[in-house]
Every structure is written in structure tokens, then in C-alpha cells.
Design a binder for this molecule. Structure first.
Ligand code: BG6
Length: 491
């Protein structure tokens, strides 16, 4: 069997504006929902939603606070001023691609303006030109947990249908501006996460929803995102001939805890629910079981005339997803739990876990690839994967992160096995190739990078960038297009 990945495989990394850029209040940028996210120390298993506690009061207090003290995403890693240095390091690793997002509130500070902020647009011009200099292909997410805060406060976010128009205006500005520079676009990061953290994903402030109506409004907001996604898929294809637009799913692969049919049923339902989000974006229609679930729960969604046609006629071109861990589910109550990416499951006795308790399952990545490819028959792109860990800087400044290398090596081998079994995989971007602020906890100490950033949870540090051992290891993987993964003695 050939030891290398397919020719042209897009090796790279992924970051999001709100976790990396910093520069939260300069060059005309407006506040985004990320700018009011507070620092949280390691979350307890019982309270594992990293986005808990958002209220009208907490948002207005955050708006009044002009510092970044308890709002680490306001500082990020200052990619805004370091992008040249960071891109040079990515190029040194041999990146073929970099996934970034565009901060909507940098382009439309409140979301309601009719004309874009030129300074914001210029920043991304600079980033894309810098990438081009090194032959690095951008993959751009339009919405990655950073909608303008004003749209959240004044509209309760995506609950209000008018937000579709604001998003389409923003997206069209991006397509027209960057059409010569960006071919690959993603609409909504982890669109399914609206159910787990509605504020971060869709600007919904729970106490603004009438009691008992929160779930219905979350699905209504999701419907608006589906329609918006389909509309901008259409305009992207019109404005940028040859462009490719993908959906983005949190792949929450769930195993039954035992082969007891009751456990199998629970796991199946979790998986079907996870697929529902991508099903709409790929097949262009709501699954029958989901529509029936709405009916059974008394959830009444308002579909406008034409919505279903818009979905039907504008499916995505490829399916992208994040994969960090697998989950286990049981019909039984009271079993020991384990944490995952903003979700909990039953502890899987066969798997080790990261410092944050996320269970490490490389074979689960292969299983996910096979499932997704078989179901959707569309090219796949892994746009997030990696392990958050505490790194130790040695006295000579080196960082020996062999645990990270082990994690990636095992996942890459399974990725290759899936490709060898017929999966069409366009590329792979590791999450946080450079340490950035955590989405869930806003910790800096939860590090994913091949590149270390000298900054602690409180924002102290020089912001100096340092190559970890994994930096050189990934460089080798990319240089050999994966062949080095199968060498017994590393070069
Ligand atoms: C994904 C998000 O869910 O998980 C990223 O798209 C996030 O934004 C990543 O950073 C890892 O989660 P965390 O909470 O460890 O940063």
C-alpha cells in the first residue's frame, strides 16, 4: 500500500478570529459575542458547558467593562499584529492550507451597517496576500462564534429572521472582496453547537426567551442559519466561479456502552441527531425523523414560503467537520461520566483521556470518516482535531510535547487507513497549530499548538512564539506527505 496521502492533500492548521486576533476594539471593530466570554478555570463535569451563565445582566456588565482582564478573547494571541510572523512559521512547517475565520464585527461593527468597515476588510486582504506569498490556500469560515454583539442584544441573535439579511450582506461583501484570493469557504462553524451553547453560536440570550420556549427558539434560529447558509452558498458560487462551500459539523461519534439493544438505541439516536444538521445542508431537506421529533415535542417552526426550495437547491459542495474524541452512551442512569467537547458521555473504559478529560480515540476518527463518506458521498475535510494539554517550557526554552506527537500520529494513521479504504479526503487542518485562547474555557493554558505562545491565563507574557518538538515532527509529516508516519525510526 502506498505510504503517502493523495497528491495535493491539504495539510495545515485552523484558527478562529475570536480566539487568535485580539485587537478587539481597534480599527473600527465592534464587540462580538466572544468579547463578553469570561475566563473559566477547568470546568467541573457536572457543569460542562463552557458557555454557561450568559444573562442579559452579564452581557451588559461586560459591555461596560472596557478592559480585557476577565475576557481573554479580547486579547487572543494578538494575531492581528503578529500575522506575518505566524504565517511565516506555518510556511516553515510546510502548510498547504490555513483555516481562518473573518470576524463579522470587524467588517460590520454592529451587523446593521450598510457599508463595510474598510480597515477591517484591509486586515484580511493583508492576511490572504501573506498566505498567497507562501502558496498557502486559505479556508475561510464566515461564522465562527463571533457574531456582532449588537445583533445578540437587539435581536436575540439568530432567533430574529432579519439576521439572515445582515449575514448575507456580510458574506457577499467578503465574496466580492476576496474572490481572487479565497476558493474554499465554510458557512457556520459547528452549526450543531447551537443546541449546546446558543449564545456563542447564535447570539441567543436564554433569559430573553419566553419561559418554556427556549428549545423552540433555538431550532427556529437554526432554521434561519440553514437558510442563510444555503443563500450564501448560492451567492458564493455566483460571485466566485469554481468556489467550494462546505458545511461544518462537530462529529460526535457515539458508541453504545454495551451491546444491550437499549444502549444501542440510545447511541443510534445520538448519532442520528448529530447527522441531522449536516443532512439538511447536504441533502437540502429536513430528515423525516427530525420533523416528527419537533411535532412530538410541540415545537412549531415558522418556515417562510420558498425556504424549503432554497435549502433544496443549494446544497454544500463538501462536508467538513471537527473531531476531538468519541462518546459513549447508555440507557442506564448513574454511570461514571467523561467530558467531551462541550458535551458529556458515559466513560469509555477502553480509552485514555487528555488533561481536560476528553477521551482519545484515533480509531473513532476512521470510523467517523467512513460513516460520513458513506452517508454523504461528498469530499470530506477534517478542519479541527487536536489535543489540549498543559505544556512545560524547559529552562533552555524547549518544549517536549511527545504526548501531542503521539496523539497526532495515531490519528493520522487512522486517517490514512480511511483513505486507503476509499474515503475522499481533501485535507486536514489541526486545531490551533499555534496556541490560542480556548473556546470553551477561555484558558490560554489549554494549549493545542505546534507553536508555543508565551502568554498565561491572565494575559501576562511576552507573546514570543517558540517551536515545540511537534513543530519539527509535523514539518516532517507534511514534507513526506505522510510517509514519515510509517517510518520506524524518526528521521
Ligand atoms: C471546537 C471549536 O468546538 O473546539 C473551536 O470550533 C474550539 O473554536 C475547539 O477551540 C476546542 O475547544 P476548546 O474549548 O478546547 O478551545
Amino acid at each position: 500500500m502506498n505510504k503517502t496521502f493523495p497528491k495535493g492533500f491539504l495539510w495545515g492548521g485552523a484558527i478562529a478570529a475570536n480566539q487568535a486576533e485580539g485587537a478587539w476594539n481597534i480599527d473600527g471593530k465592534g464587540l462580538s459575542v466572544a468579547d463578553v466570554a469570561t475566563f473559566k478555570a477547568n470546568l467541573s463535569l457536572d457543569d460542562y458547558d463552557g458557555h454557561v451563565g450568559v444573562t442579559t445582566k452579564s452581557v451588559s456588565e461586560a459591555m461596560a467593562d472596557k478592559t480585557d482582564t476577565i475576557y481573554p478573547k479580547r486579547r487572543g494571541i494578538d494575531f492581528y499584529h503578529h500575522y506575518k510572523e505566524d504565517i511565516a512559521l506555518f510556511a516553515e512547517m510546510g502548510f498547504k492550507t490555513l483555516r481562518v475565520s473573518i470576524a463579522w464585527s470587524r467588517i460590520f461593527p454592529t451587523g446593521e451597517e450598510l457599508e463595510p468597515n474598510e480597515d477591517g476588510l484591509r486586515f484580511y486582504d493583508n492576511v490572504f496576500h501573506e498566505l498567497k506569498r507562501y502558496g498557502i490556500e486559505p479556508i475561510v469560515t464566515l461564522s465562527h462564534y463571533e457574531m456582532p454583539l449588537h445583533l445578540s442584544v437587539a435581536y436575540n441573535g439568530w432567533v430574529n429572521r432579519d439576521v439572515i439579511d445582515h449575514f448575507v450582506r456580510f458574506s457577499d461583501v467578503c465574496f466580492n472582496r476576496y474572490k481572487g484570493l479565497v476558493k474554499y469557504w465554510l458557512t457556520f462553524n459547528e452549526i450543531d453547537s447551537i443546541n449546546r451553547h446558543p449564545f456563542t453560536t447564535a447570539g441567543i440570550i436564554p433569559d430573553q426567551c419566553p419561559p418554556g420556549k427556549e428549545e423552540e427558539l433555538v431550532y427556529q434560529a437554526l432554521h434561519h442559519q440553514f437558510v442563510a447558509s444555503a443563500l450564501v452558498t448560492k451567492s458564493c458560487h455566483e460571485i466566485i466561479p469554481g468556489s467550494q462551500v462546505g458545511c461544518m459539523l462537530t462529529k460526535l461519534t457515539t458508541y453504545p456502552h454495551t451491546c444491550k439493544p437499549e444502549d444501542v438505541e440510545v447511541a443510534l439516536k445520538k448519532n442520528l441527531h448529530n447527522y441531522f444538521y449536516a443532512d439538511v445542508q447536504v441533502f437540502g431537506e429536513y430528515p423525516a425523523l427530525t420533523l416528527r421529533m419537533f411535532e412530538n415535542k410541540g415545537i412549531q417552526l415558522h418556515f417562510e414560503e420558498g425556504d424549503l426550495d432554497i435549502l433544496r437547491h443549494n446544497p454544500v459542495d463538501f462536508v467538513s467537520f471537527s473531531y476531538y474524541m468519541s462518546l459513549t452512551e447508555s440507557a442506564e442512569e448513574g454511570l461514571e461520566k467523561a467530558a467531551g467537547n462541550t458535551i458529556m458521555g458515559v466513560k469509555n473504559p477502553y480509552l485514555p483521556a487528555t488533561d481536560w478529560g476528553w477521551q482519545i480515540d484515533p480509531l473513532g476518527l476512521k470510523i467517523s470518516l467512513l460513516e460520513l463518506y458513506d452517508r454523504y458521498k461528498k469530499p470530506l475535510l477534517i478542519v479541527e482535531n487536536g489535543m489540549g494539554a498543559v505544556d512545560q517550557v524547559e529552562s533552555d526554552g524547549t518544549i517536549h510535547d511527545s504526548y501531542r506527537i503521539d496523539y497526532f500520529k495515531a490519528h493520522f494513521r487512522q486517517m490514512k487507513a480511511a483513505v486507503d479504504e476509499g474515503v475522499e479526503l481533501l485535507g486536514y487542518t489541526s486545531w490551533g497549530p499555534i496556541d490560542i485562547v480556548s473556546a470553551g474555557t477561555s484558558q490560554m493554558s489549554k494549549r493545542y499548538g505546534f507553536i508555543y505562545v508565551d502568554q498565561d491565563d491572565e494575559g501576562n507574557g511576552t507573546l514570543e512564539r517558540r517551536r515545540k518538538d511537534s513543530f519539527y515532527w509535523y514539518q516532517q509529516v507534511i514534507e513526506t506527505n505522510g510517509a514519515s508516519l510509517f517510518e520506524t525510526t524518526p528521521k
